[in-house]
Design a protein around this ligand. Structure first.
Ligand code: ACO
Length: 230
């Protein structure tokens, strides 16, 4: 099941909002997604797949067949024909004018993160978060990143506290509209530590030592030439 993690663009906004409505009770106006992307275009990321698309359909899409888009144009999970959004992280820099004068102004914030139910426990949220943290640090020079999470959200709490090593700053009473408390969390960012290469599990190393080409003898060359049909 190939999944791509890439930077979010304006074309992804509707699907991100759709995923947010599916997965979380904290929802935002469409213009708030646009505000994120227009103000900090390199901070948010999406996970997408071509999973549900058969080979025939992909070929049809590649050839630009007129009816190709009709198969998924009404499904708000599809960013474009053949590409389905399965997760996102919406991130920003601190835009509080009161903090603008202090060094706190250089802090990032995770507004929202979610992964569609059938794609959970595959490491997608961790990867999305690591990309966003790296971008906030490298591109926007954020010194730290903050977020809020519901006290009852076990999965997200594990992800932030245990996997990504956020610290719990305090409990904000009745932070959410329904009265639930939130953990306010923070992580100091260090660009070198956050380099995506540091977190690639089981990556294949390039073999630069051995020559992987077949020995180029005259007979193998002749054989190759004979196989060429014009
Ligand atoms: N129970 C316990 N720990 C969990 C669980 C779970 N169900 N799911 C994830 N984790 C933790 C684990 O520590 C895991 O590490 P491990 O696999 O090494 O044990 C770590 O998170 C990474 O897991 P991922 O597979 O990357 O997480 P996933 O892609 O499943 O997404 C998420 C986790 C985003 C919390 C998902 O469950 C989800 O979308 N939930 C609904 C929306 C939500 O709660 N979003 C966060 C709100 S807070 C905010 O937006 C700022």
């Amino acid at each position: 099941m190939p999944i791509t993690i890439r930077r979010a663009t304006i074309d992804d906004m509707l699907c991100m909002q759709n995923a947010n409505l599916h997965n979380l009770p904290e929802n935002y106006l469409f213009k708030y997604y646009m505000y994120h992307i227009l103000s900090w275009p390199e901070a948010s990321f999406v996970a997408t797949t071509t999973d549900d698309v058969g080979v025939d359909q992909l070929e049809e899409l590649a050839s630009g067949a007129a009816n190709a888009s009709s198969q998924c144009k009404c499904d708000p999970c599809y960013v474009r024909p053949g590409e389905k959004l399965v997760g996102y992280v919406l991130a920003k820099m601190n835009d509080d004018p009161a903090a603008a004068q202090s060094s706190d102004a250089l802090n990032g914030h995770i507004t929202s993160l979610s992964v569609m139910r059938t794609y959970r426990r595959m490491g997608l949220a961790e990867k999305l978060m690591r990309q966003a943290l790296f971008a906030l640090s490298e591109v926007y020079k954020a010194n730290f990143v903050s977020l809020h999470v519901r006290n009852s959200n076990r999965a997200a709490l594990h992800l932030y506290r245990d996997t990504l090593e956020f610290e719990v700053l305090n409990v904000e009473k009745s932070y959410y509209l329904d009265g639930e408390d939130a953990y306010a969390m923070k992580k100091i960012l260090d660009t070198q530590q956050l380099l995506p290469a540091n977190f690639q599990r089981g990556s294949i190393q390039d073999d630069l030592e051995s020559d992987l080409l077949e020995p180029n003898t005259e007979s193998s060359l002749q054989e190759g030439i004979q196989k060429i049909t014009v």
